[in-house]
Design a binder for this molecule. Sequence first.
Ligand code: ADP
Ligand code: ZN
Length: 657
Amino acid sequence: AGDSGAARRKAAVARVQLENSAAMELDYLVPAELAGRIAIGSRVVVPLQRRQVQAVVLHLLDSSPFEGRLKPVIRLVGSRPMFSPSLLKLAHWIAEYYICSVRQVLRAMLPQAVRDRPETFVTDSHLRLARDCTGEIFEQLRKRAPMQARLLELLQAREGAASLSDLRRELPRAATYLKPLLAAGWIAREELRVERDPFQNEEFMPTSALRLTDEQTATLSAVMQALENPAKARPLLLHGVTGSGKTEVYLQAIDSVLGAGGTALVLVPEISLTPQTIERFKARFHDRRDRVAVLHSHLSEGERHDEWFKIHEGRADIVIGARSAIFAPLERLGIIIVDEEHEPSYKQGETPRYQARDVAVVRAKLEGCVVLLGSATPSLESWENACRGKYELVTMERRTDGKSLPLVRVVDLRMARRKGTGVKVQDAGCLSEKLRLAITDRLGKRAQTILLLNRRGFHSSLACTVCGEVVQCQDCSLPMTLHRADERLICHICGARRLPPQKCPACADPGIRYGGFGTERVESILREVFPQARIARVDTDSMQRKNQLRDTLRDFRAQKLDLLIGTQMIAKGLDFPNVTLVGVLNADLALNLPDFRAAERTFQLLVQVAGRAGRGELLGEVLIQTFTPHSPAIQFSRKNDFAGCAAQEPEPRRMFE
Ligand code: ADP
Ligand code: ZN
């Protein structure tokens, strides 16, 4: 017996995968009352020994080899299957390709809140006056139960209808007074679901499609051609320099997908999933802005639960999300877009391990939809796929504003160190004279500056002046960073924390000194050197509070801040027209990582940062401080030369493989 034919046809046996046990698939009887309601992909509760456990139906069969010994399914969870047939196929592919169990993949496909509380929604009572609040009976009520009468009056003042939560604001015990009023027929009540919408109180100004540049037109028509016959189309790789208008192409491609009744899934690296990004989508699809769902890790559990169900129940046409949104239960998928496809954050590091960009390509194949990968600096894998003809390459080389890319200058820190004029010698390593003057110039012109340093914390190392010992993480063998806010040394690789030692752990000399710069220290130096500047720091330490990143970026955009100093958190996906200077404080940091992709990443980061400067009317400048000005990654990014970098790369990379 197979499971061909309609998924919901009546079947005697459900073959399920238990959710919390590594055991193989088990068979259960489908009881008569569930026949026709249980489908492939349904979640069910089944008996296992003396317990009741959750499971997912993988197959429906006419019979089972264990017939006669089978127990029946206890109940069905939710009214519709949690996994579509293509998501189940995808789960099997992932399990096989990345070598893990189907159970693990199925678990990862549902957000925890959905798994744990599948059908719990927050509801609110909507109340309506059912009788006139006048006359003798009302007067009697007022005397007998003044608070009940008060509730009726409040309702009347709201034109006879309001929600309980609204009334509670004025009458905190409204729920108590409500009961007798319902019983006496004064009020009618209806329970309505409340969506926890992360964008509830936000306004979006509608935007309309821009007139495309020639390059954009060519790109869009390649997408349209693929949309005509998705099953035959190859994945598209869009290599477009920063500011070439990739997002505009995405928006117009999505528009035509929606027009044809399809849906769209947009993956964005977590770090670029900023309010601005989401705003661009909600603003463009303004008349269906409530049908844009967002999935990322900064949502509360409740919000994530509700966003997921919104998609599940077909109330969303566009999903924007980070890595795990690749599993969003959209139906009628027309296009999957993976923006900044080179981003390492698409890789999930823990089981089930997967690379969301690759999963996107496979899902597109299973769904029969188009997949578009976009980047200013494609990953080498995608680049190779394009070179070998597996992907179709589309290129956009010019910025939409017709401006040339910003001027990129390299500052040799070895020289800056020696001179160090104007800045305290020990601070010169983070702020060269050139960069200091450039910042001063921008402050004078009320233009803004972004400074990037890819290291959090205060000091980046603690070293002994006598024997040279550097305090390292015991597990990772990399220097630990001092975080002044909590006076701890922290390993940025594994997160290990310890108290800073008072003397050298190797030779016991007390002459142990801090050195190097982290964002925390640079921030305090900047405040000293530019006391008049309004400065904010953006890194995972300073952006702990919910919405803090959003608020800071908003202030920066509104020009309430002059200078942002931060880690790569600020380097991506942002578009600030008034920024004319970007400083990379130490371009070597990424190069020194023990990672064979270090050079590739440095290049990508520098190109992205460079793309930030001068997006508005003003010409931008990028200053890259480095101790290794002649390293290829820095020279390439200087010229924004992607093909050069990719051609050069395979050689040194092979040495590490
Ligand atoms: P990318 O995603 O390639 O970095 P964006 O899509 O963010 O580029 O576009 C950069 C800027 O150019 C944005 O401010 C966008 O509004 C603008 N833009 C995009 N396409 C056009 C166009 N066809 N005409 C005018 N401006 C455009
Ligand atoms: Zn460590």
